[in-house]
Design a protein around this ligand. Structure first.
Ligand SMILES: Cc1cc2nc3c(=O)[nH]c(=O)nc-3n(C[C@H](O)[C@H](O)[C@H](O)COP(=O)(O)OP(=O)(O)OC[C@H]3O[C@@H](n4cnc5c(N)ncnc54)[C@H](O)[C@@H]3O)c2cc1C
Length: 402
């Protein structure tokens, strides 16, 4: 039993990626970046991140495994290595998270030749920002309950409805959109569209302000918005199947096919340990307090488990079910993020009330922001309750919930 050895191409690529990153890391951003790309709201932040994504794309660190005719680098199993190197270098994240991880792989799997050539390059380079229009006020976990309706008129679909929680909708040129095209069938009545957003007639994007003060979320209203039939992805009525491809990528159950990794900040556990070393409670260093040490060690164990899970996923003989490891990793890592933020707030104590603009706030006000945002991790891309259902039913083969 051995993990997959790197091929000559992969070895050469890994070295190239490492060298390129050592010479080309970007200067610090002109304005502070939020924790996650979906909270980017200032045009200066957008410009900085788009420039960085474009530069990585041109260097071949994004879309590594995509065919060259669709704007990729035409390599074999190299994206994973690029992602590792980006993380190791502490590179900024890529802004076009929906384009890279959801739209591009879905178009590659279901698109026509023309759609692949037209849409994939802009998604990989980050020049065209994508958003995801799946959630509606009554269709989150029950995703098949879509009520946004698309009616065929000639060569166009006329869309009316209301999407919500649309991350990055305020910058998006395109949306991956599921809409109902028949009222008679629940699943078979859905179709999948590549919908123009920015400046498109009949489309209104309205930001939603979160408790953190950030406005990454939006609601998107469609009032007689027209989409050409050539922007329908796959057959009419096949939207549910296409959406499952998107969700497989979004929930992390598809390895390697995404256009590019997130780049990466340092692991939040290291930040937590650093905070504990620098904080004092009743005159004692927090890192010496047995309760605090215990809480951190518990998270360190989970973190190491996740690391080993990632390694295990690369040993073919150990992957009994393709969804098992990536799905359990998403479940556990989202809870880890939440626990680390909670412990950080605990350690910072009264200083946790100091927010991002306060000079005395520990880690520049990271902890209250991380804590408030941490709840989104266990909800986004399907809530953890739903993840548990899927793992129970589809991976462990338990009885279906009624
Ligand atoms: C940070 C973030 C970013 C997001 N970005 C986007 C985006 O860009 N585009 C987009 O389309 N959507 C986006 N979403 C929406 C996200 O996909 C939904 O919030 C999620 O699917 C849950 O749906 P809901 O909010 O409607 O909750 P509901 O479905 O109403 O669920 C409410 C609660 O009930 C539980 N529940 C529901 N059904 C069951 C069941 N059968 N068994 C057990 N428990 C159940 C859920 O787990 C949850 O705890 C985002 C969400 C977050 C938090």
């Amino acid at each position: 039993m051995s993990s997959k050895k790197l091929s000559d191409e992969q070895n050469e690529f890994q070295e190239y990626a490492r060298n390129w990153l050592s010479k080309n890391m970007p200067p610090p951003p002109p304005v502070r970046l939020p924790i996650s790309p979906i909270e980017v709201s200032a045009v200066e932040q957008l410009g900085y991140l788009q420039e960085w994504q474009l530069s990585c794309y041109r260097a071949g660190l994004i879309g590594c495994d995509y065919p060259t005719e669709y704007g990729g680098a035409g390599r074999t199993d190299c994206q994973r290595l690029a992602n590792q190197e980006l993380g190791r270098a502490g590179a900024p994240y890529f802004i076009n998270i929906v384009g890279l991880s959801m739209a591009a792989p879905t178009i590659l799997a279901h698109g026509t030749e023309e759609q692949k050539r037209k849409f994939i390059p802009g998604a990989l380079s980050g020049e065209e920002i994508w958003c995801q229009g799946f959630s509606e006020p009554g269709a989150g976990s029950d995703m098949a309950n879509q009520q946004t309706f698309a009616e065929k008129r000639g060569d166009e679909w006329i869309v009316n409805g209301h999407k919500v929680w649309t991350s990055l909708g305020h910058f998006a040129k395109w949306m991956i959109l599921i809409a109902r095209t028949s009222r008679h069938h629940k699943y078979d009545g859905l179709s999948y569209f590549l919908c123009p957003i920015e400046g498109h007639k009949g489309v209104t994007v309205r930001p939603l302000i979160k408790m953190t003060g950030e406005s990454g979320f939006n609601e998107v209203l469609f009032e007689d918005a027209a989409i050409p039939d050539s922007n329908r992805l796959d057959e009419e009525g096949k939207g549910w199947t296409v959406a499952m491809t998107t969700l497989t990528h979004e929930r992390g159950a598809a390895e390697g096919a995404g256009g590019g990794g997130g780049g990466g900040s340092t692991h939040p556990l290291e930040q937590l340990i650093d905070l504990a070393r620098k904080s004092r409670r009743d005159g004692v260093c927090a890192a010496d307090d047995p309760m605090t040490r215990d809480a951190i060690v518990q998270q360190a164990i989970v973190s190491e488990g996740l690391r080993q899970g990632n390694r295990r996923a690369r040993v073919p003989a150990l992957t009994d079910h393709p969804m098992r490891i990536p799905m359990q990793q998403k479940l556990v890592s989202s809870e880890l993020v939440q626990n680390i933020a909670r412990i950080g707030v605990d350690i910072a104590g009264a200083q946790s009330t100091l927010y991002k603009l306060d000079e005395k706030a520990p880690n520049g006000g990271h902890w209250p922001l991380a804590y408030m945002n941490s709840f989104g991790h266990t909800i986004a891309a399907g809530s953890n309750e739903i993840q548990r259902n899927i793992l129970g039913e589809r991976v462990l083969g338990l009885a279906k919930s009624k």
